[in-house]
Design a protein around this ligand. Sequence first.
Ligand SMILES: [Zn+2]
Length: 176
Amino acid sequence: MAFDLTEAFLTDTPVTVHQEMLAEAYQRSLRSPDPNTKVGAILARSDLTRRRTHELGSGHNCLPTGVKHTHERWHDRETKLRLVVHAEVAAVMDAAIGGRRTRDSIIYVSQTDPTGVFWGSPPCVRCAVHLIQAGVRAVITWPPREGVVSKWAADHEEARLLLQEAHVFLHVVPRP
Ligand SMILES: [Zn+2]
């Protein structure tokens, strides 16, 4: 079962492999025009025999391609929430555009603030339902930000339960 393969991959793969992929997700997050939280995601396929991963797609939180970047769209919270494509979904779309299979994939997610401080978290509920539906088997991220209560805390908790219910692993990797 793919479920078991993913669990083996997560535990058997050297932590540095996960850290390198998360560093790539961090680099990707820096491309986000979001003035607050920038998120980067790398969708990957695991290669159990060689204990490494292949990138399938990547994304950052952005407006849809071709949609104009206006001050209001990025600075009015309600407008932004309605229009923004989250990094996780953007990475799945990127794989789809390139014709790469998302079933049994894993996704690396890194969040960054404008000063470059990075941390991890579960995806939001909207991303979680789409990741589950795309056949993603694991979400891999950094530890959460210490001492900061996110506005998204309740949403993240609901997402965590949904991922668990759908047998998608949430795997936290220590910072290098
Ligand atoms: Zn999201």
